[in-house]
Ligand binder design. Structure first.
Ligand code: ZN
Length: 61
């Protein structure tokens, strides 16, 4: 089962929960129990952008 990140709008805490694909039910907050939670974009879902040229090359200089 994929894990999704949720954010509670009541206490502002974030937590991860294992959810079935398609299950969009309200997930209770693990901190305060409120159901005012929103599903966030999973970190692994988004393609990790490789470090561009913004970072200077490391070297003993
Ligand atoms: Zn909460």
């Amino acid at each position: 089962m994929p894990m999704y990140d949720f954010r509670c709008e009541e206490c502002g805490e974030t937590f991860s929960e294992l959810r079935r694909s398609g299950d969009d039910k309200d997930v209770p907050c693990q901190h305060c129990g409120s159901t005012r939670t929103k599903k966030l974009i999973s970190s692994f879902a988004t393609r990790t952008a490789k470090t561009g040229s913004s970072c200077a090359p490391a070297g003993g200089g």
